[in-house]
Design a protein around this ligand. Structure first.
Ligand SMILES: [Zn+2]
Length: 289
Protein backbone atom coordinates (compact mmCIF):
# COMPACT_ATOMS: atom_id res chain seq x y z
CA UNK A 1 0.00 0.00 0.00
CA UNK A 2 1.23 3.45 -0.92
CA UNK A 3 0.60 6.45 1.32
CA UNK A 4 0.85 9.87 -0.31
CA UNK A 5 -0.54 13.05 1.24
CA UNK A 6 -4.03 12.43 2.58
CA UNK A 7 -4.43 9.25 0.54
CA UNK A 8 -3.60 5.56 0.69
CA UNK A 9 -3.47 3.83 -2.70
CA UNK A 10 -3.46 0.28 -3.96
CA UNK A 11 -3.50 -0.73 -7.61
CA UNK A 12 -5.27 -4.10 -7.80
CA UNK A 13 -5.14 -6.46 -10.77
CA UNK A 14 -8.74 -7.70 -10.91
CA UNK A 15 -8.18 -9.87 -13.99
CA UNK A 16 -6.52 -10.08 -17.37
CA UNK A 17 -7.68 -9.84 -20.96
CA UNK A 18 -6.08 -10.48 -24.31
CA UNK A 19 -6.61 -7.96 -27.09
CA UNK A 20 -5.27 -7.93 -30.62
CA UNK A 21 -1.73 -6.55 -30.52
CA UNK A 22 -2.16 -4.63 -33.76
CA UNK A 23 -5.30 -2.93 -32.46
CA UNK A 24 -3.50 -1.99 -29.24
CA UNK A 25 -0.75 -0.13 -31.10
CA UNK A 26 -2.51 1.24 -34.20
CA UNK A 27 -0.06 2.26 -36.91
CA UNK A 28 3.04 1.21 -34.95
CA UNK A 29 4.62 -1.81 -36.70
CA UNK A 30 4.75 -5.11 -34.88
CA UNK A 31 8.55 -5.23 -35.15
CA UNK A 32 8.57 -2.30 -32.72
CA UNK A 33 5.78 -3.08 -30.27
CA UNK A 34 6.33 -6.86 -30.09
CA UNK A 35 9.65 -6.44 -28.23
CA UNK A 36 7.93 -5.52 -25.01
CA UNK A 37 4.78 -7.67 -25.20
CA UNK A 38 3.55 -11.13 -24.24
CA UNK A 39 1.92 -12.33 -27.51
CA UNK A 40 -0.24 -15.44 -27.93
CA UNK A 41 -0.81 -17.57 -31.04
CA UNK A 42 -3.78 -15.39 -32.05
CA UNK A 43 -1.58 -12.25 -32.02
CA UNK A 44 -3.23 -11.08 -28.81
CA UNK A 45 -1.26 -9.34 -26.06
CA UNK A 46 -1.81 -9.78 -22.35
CA UNK A 47 -3.28 -6.82 -20.48
CA UNK A 48 -4.16 -6.47 -16.82
CA UNK A 49 -7.45 -4.90 -15.82
CA UNK A 50 -6.82 -2.79 -12.76
CA UNK A 51 -8.83 -1.12 -10.04
CA UNK A 52 -7.24 1.78 -8.20
CA UNK A 53 -8.33 1.80 -4.57
CA UNK A 54 -7.87 5.17 -2.86
CA UNK A 55 -8.69 5.76 0.79
CA UNK A 56 -8.97 9.38 1.92
CA UNK A 57 -7.59 9.36 5.45
CA UNK A 58 -9.25 12.55 6.82
CA UNK A 59 -12.78 11.52 5.76
CA UNK A 60 -12.51 7.72 5.53
CA UNK A 61 -13.95 7.74 2.02
CA UNK A 62 -12.96 4.73 -0.06
CA UNK A 63 -12.87 5.41 -3.79
CA UNK A 64 -12.55 2.72 -6.47
CA UNK A 65 -11.51 3.73 -9.96
CA UNK A 66 -12.72 1.20 -12.56
CA UNK A 67 -13.88 -2.28 -11.72
CA UNK A 68 -12.60 -4.56 -14.50
CA UNK A 69 -14.48 -7.14 -16.53
CA UNK A 70 -16.48 -8.48 -13.58
CA UNK A 71 -18.22 -11.81 -13.09
CA UNK A 72 -20.92 -11.94 -15.78
CA UNK A 73 -18.96 -13.76 -18.51
CA UNK A 74 -19.95 -17.04 -20.14
CA UNK A 75 -17.06 -19.32 -21.10
CA UNK A 76 -17.67 -18.63 -24.78
CA UNK A 77 -17.66 -14.84 -24.36
CA UNK A 78 -14.62 -14.97 -22.09
CA UNK A 79 -12.70 -16.98 -24.69
CA UNK A 80 -13.09 -14.25 -27.36
CA UNK A 81 -11.15 -11.68 -25.34
CA UNK A 82 -9.16 -14.10 -23.21
CA UNK A 83 -11.00 -12.77 -20.16
CA UNK A 84 -9.79 -14.13 -16.85
CA UNK A 85 -11.65 -12.24 -14.19
CA UNK A 86 -10.71 -12.29 -10.50
CA UNK A 87 -13.04 -9.67 -9.00
CA UNK A 88 -12.39 -11.14 -5.55
CA UNK A 89 -8.94 -9.50 -5.76
CA UNK A 90 -10.71 -6.20 -5.00
CA UNK A 91 -12.34 -7.66 -1.88
CA UNK A 92 -9.00 -9.09 -0.78
CA UNK A 93 -7.29 -5.69 -1.16
CA UNK A 94 -10.14 -3.99 0.72
CA UNK A 95 -9.82 -6.57 3.46
CA UNK A 96 -6.10 -5.74 3.79
CA UNK A 97 -7.29 -2.17 4.50
CA UNK A 98 -9.74 -3.49 7.14
CA UNK A 99 -12.64 -2.66 4.83
CA UNK A 100 -15.14 -4.51 2.67
CA UNK A 101 -17.27 -3.91 -0.41
CA UNK A 102 -20.01 -2.32 1.67
CA UNK A 103 -17.56 0.35 2.94
CA UNK A 104 -16.80 1.66 -0.56
CA UNK A 105 -18.21 5.19 -0.79
CA UNK A 106 -17.45 6.03 -4.41
CA UNK A 107 -16.93 4.10 -7.65
CA UNK A 108 -15.59 6.09 -10.58
CA UNK A 109 -16.18 4.61 -14.03
CA UNK A 110 -13.62 6.37 -16.22
CA UNK A 111 -15.64 5.08 -19.16
CA UNK A 112 -18.09 2.30 -19.87
CA UNK A 113 -16.02 -0.11 -21.99
CA UNK A 114 -16.65 -3.59 -20.63
CA UNK A 115 -13.10 -4.02 -19.35
CA UNK A 116 -13.44 -0.93 -17.13
CA UNK A 117 -16.98 -1.10 -15.74
CA UNK A 118 -18.09 -4.75 -15.93
CA UNK A 119 -17.38 -5.21 -12.22
CA UNK A 120 -19.93 -2.61 -11.11
CA UNK A 121 -22.71 -5.22 -11.20
CA UNK A 122 -23.06 -9.00 -10.80
CA UNK A 123 -25.92 -11.23 -11.87
CA UNK A 124 -28.50 -11.13 -9.10
CA UNK A 125 -29.54 -14.77 -9.51
CA UNK A 126 -29.12 -16.51 -12.83
CA UNK A 127 -26.95 -15.42 -15.75
CA UNK A 128 -28.90 -13.23 -18.15
CA UNK A 129 -31.33 -12.07 -15.47
CA UNK A 130 -31.32 -8.93 -13.37
CA UNK A 131 -28.15 -7.43 -11.90
CA UNK A 132 -27.21 -6.21 -8.45
CA UNK A 133 -24.86 -3.35 -7.68
CA UNK A 134 -21.73 -4.87 -6.21
CA UNK A 135 -20.64 -1.88 -4.10
CA UNK A 136 -24.11 -1.33 -2.77
CA UNK A 137 -23.51 1.79 -0.66
CA UNK A 138 -21.34 3.67 -3.15
CA UNK A 139 -22.07 6.58 -5.40
CA UNK A 140 -21.17 5.59 -8.96
CA UNK A 141 -19.64 8.41 -11.01
CA UNK A 142 -19.62 8.66 -14.80
CA UNK A 143 -19.80 11.60 -17.17
CA UNK A 144 -23.31 12.23 -18.50
CA UNK A 145 -22.15 12.68 -22.10
CA UNK A 146 -20.14 9.46 -21.98
CA UNK A 147 -23.13 7.57 -20.60
CA UNK A 148 -25.24 8.94 -23.45
CA UNK A 149 -22.57 7.86 -25.94
CA UNK A 150 -22.41 4.36 -24.41
CA UNK A 151 -26.18 4.01 -24.75
CA UNK A 152 -25.94 4.84 -28.48
CA UNK A 153 -22.40 3.94 -29.59
CA UNK A 154 -21.12 4.10 -33.16
CA UNK A 155 -20.81 1.03 -35.39
CA UNK A 156 -17.06 1.30 -34.84
CA UNK A 157 -17.04 1.08 -31.04
CA UNK A 158 -20.25 -0.70 -30.12
CA UNK A 159 -18.46 -4.01 -29.42
CA UNK A 160 -16.72 -2.30 -26.49
CA UNK A 161 -19.98 -1.63 -24.64
CA UNK A 162 -22.16 -4.26 -22.92
CA UNK A 163 -25.32 -2.45 -21.89
CA UNK A 164 -25.97 -4.83 -18.99
CA UNK A 165 -22.94 -3.30 -17.26
CA UNK A 166 -24.32 0.24 -17.12
CA UNK A 167 -27.94 0.58 -18.21
CA UNK A 168 -28.99 0.32 -14.53
CA UNK A 169 -27.37 3.73 -14.01
CA UNK A 170 -30.20 5.37 -15.89
CA UNK A 171 -32.69 4.37 -13.17
CA UNK A 172 -30.70 4.05 -9.94
CA UNK A 173 -30.09 6.95 -7.58
CA UNK A 174 -26.63 5.62 -6.77
CA UNK A 175 -25.56 6.75 -10.24
CA UNK A 176 -23.96 10.21 -10.17
CA UNK A 177 -23.68 11.96 -13.50
CA UNK A 178 -20.83 14.43 -13.86
CA UNK A 179 -21.81 17.30 -16.15
CA UNK A 180 -20.11 19.78 -18.44
CA UNK A 181 -16.73 20.37 -20.04
CA UNK A 182 -14.99 21.49 -16.83
CA UNK A 183 -16.51 19.15 -14.28
CA UNK A 184 -16.13 19.81 -10.59
CA UNK A 185 -16.00 17.22 -7.84
CA UNK A 186 -17.47 17.45 -4.37
CA UNK A 187 -14.98 14.87 -3.10
CA UNK A 188 -12.18 16.32 -0.96
CA UNK A 189 -8.68 16.26 -2.50
CA UNK A 190 -10.01 14.84 -5.78
CA UNK A 191 -10.82 16.55 -9.04
CA UNK A 192 -11.96 15.30 -12.41
CA UNK A 193 -10.43 15.90 -15.80
CA UNK A 194 -11.72 14.81 -19.19
CA UNK A 195 -10.12 13.02 -22.11
CA UNK A 196 -11.77 12.59 -25.51
CA UNK A 197 -9.27 10.84 -27.80
CA UNK A 198 -10.03 7.23 -26.80
CA UNK A 199 -13.75 7.75 -26.29
CA UNK A 200 -15.80 10.89 -25.65
CA UNK A 201 -15.87 12.29 -22.11
CA UNK A 202 -13.61 9.81 -20.38
CA UNK A 203 -13.63 10.87 -16.71
CA UNK A 204 -10.15 10.83 -15.17
CA UNK A 205 -9.61 11.44 -11.45
CA UNK A 206 -6.67 13.48 -10.20
CA UNK A 207 -5.87 13.01 -6.50
CA UNK A 208 -4.35 15.99 -4.71
CA UNK A 209 -1.33 14.82 -2.71
CA UNK A 210 -0.50 18.23 -1.21
CA UNK A 211 2.43 20.51 -1.97
CA UNK A 212 1.53 20.64 -5.65
CA UNK A 213 1.91 16.86 -6.10
CA UNK A 214 -0.83 14.78 -7.69
CA UNK A 215 -1.71 11.22 -8.70
CA UNK A 216 -3.38 11.00 -12.10
CA UNK A 217 -5.34 7.88 -13.11
CA UNK A 218 -4.86 8.17 -16.85
CA UNK A 219 -7.43 5.59 -17.96
CA UNK A 220 -7.29 4.52 -21.59
CA UNK A 221 -5.65 7.82 -22.52
CA UNK A 222 -2.48 5.76 -21.80
CA UNK A 223 -3.47 2.18 -20.94
CA UNK A 224 0.07 0.86 -20.32
CA UNK A 225 3.62 2.14 -19.96
CA UNK A 226 4.19 1.39 -23.66
CA UNK A 227 1.48 3.91 -24.52
CA UNK A 228 3.33 6.83 -22.96
CA UNK A 229 4.94 7.42 -26.35
CA UNK A 230 2.53 9.97 -27.86
CA UNK A 231 2.25 8.29 -31.29
CA UNK A 232 1.67 4.77 -29.93
CA UNK A 233 -2.08 5.24 -30.15
CA UNK A 234 -4.57 2.39 -30.13
CA UNK A 235 -6.63 1.61 -33.24
CA UNK A 236 -9.58 1.51 -30.83
CA UNK A 237 -9.31 5.27 -30.23
CA UNK A 238 -12.12 7.17 -31.95
CA UNK A 239 -10.07 10.38 -32.27
CA UNK A 240 -6.41 9.33 -32.57
CA UNK A 241 -4.94 12.79 -33.21
CA UNK A 242 -6.63 14.01 -30.06
CA UNK A 243 -5.02 11.05 -28.24
CA UNK A 244 -1.60 12.17 -29.50
CA UNK A 245 -2.21 15.71 -28.21
CA UNK A 246 -3.43 14.41 -24.86
CA UNK A 247 -0.28 12.28 -24.44
CA UNK A 248 1.98 15.20 -25.33
CA UNK A 249 0.14 17.23 -22.69
CA UNK A 250 0.58 14.39 -20.18
CA UNK A 251 4.34 14.28 -20.75
CA UNK A 252 4.57 18.08 -20.43
CA UNK A 253 2.53 17.91 -17.25
CA UNK A 254 5.04 15.45 -15.79
CA UNK A 255 7.87 17.83 -16.75
CA UNK A 256 6.23 20.77 -15.03
CA UNK A 257 4.55 19.15 -12.01
CA UNK A 258 5.14 16.41 -9.47
CA UNK A 259 2.68 14.06 -11.21
CA UNK A 260 2.43 10.36 -10.44
CA UNK A 261 0.64 8.14 -12.98
CA UNK A 262 -1.71 5.19 -12.37
CA UNK A 263 -2.28 2.87 -15.35
CA UNK A 264 -5.42 0.79 -15.97
CA UNK A 265 -3.90 -2.04 -18.07
CA UNK A 266 -0.17 -2.40 -17.45
CA UNK A 267 0.60 -5.98 -16.43
CA UNK A 268 3.58 -5.20 -14.19
CA UNK A 269 3.23 -1.54 -13.22
CA UNK A 270 0.26 -0.03 -11.42
CA UNK A 271 1.54 3.35 -10.19
CA UNK A 272 4.68 4.99 -11.56
CA UNK A 273 6.61 8.16 -12.12
CA UNK A 274 7.46 8.91 -15.72
CA UNK A 275 11.05 9.60 -16.68
CA UNK A 276 10.73 12.64 -18.93
CA UNK A 277 14.37 13.71 -18.84
CA UNK A 278 15.39 12.05 -22.12
CA UNK A 279 14.33 12.51 -25.74
CA UNK A 280 11.51 9.99 -25.35
CA UNK A 281 9.36 9.62 -22.24
CA UNK A 282 9.52 6.28 -20.45
CA UNK A 283 8.35 4.67 -17.25
CA UNK A 284 10.65 5.60 -14.37
CA UNK A 285 10.25 4.62 -10.74
CA UNK A 286 7.55 2.01 -10.06
CA UNK A 287 5.73 2.94 -6.84
CA UNK A 288 3.20 0.11 -6.92
CA UNK A 289 3.65 -3.02 -9.05
ZN1 LIG B 1 -11.48 1.80 -23.23
Amino acid sequence: MLQLGNWQFESVVNGTIRLDGGAMFGVVPKVLWSKSQNIDLKNRILLATRTLIARHLPTGRIVLVDTGTGSKWSDEEAERYGVESTPEAIDKALSAMDASASDVTDVIATHLHFDHCGGMVDWEDAAGGSVRVRFANAKHWVHREHFNHACAPTLRDRASFLSVDFEWMGRDERAQFVEGISPTSDLADLKFELSHGHTPYQLLPVFDLGGGAELFFVGDMAPTGAHILPAWVMAYDLFPLKSVDERVALVNRCKEHDTIIAFPHDVRRGIVRLDVTGKKPKVGEVLCP
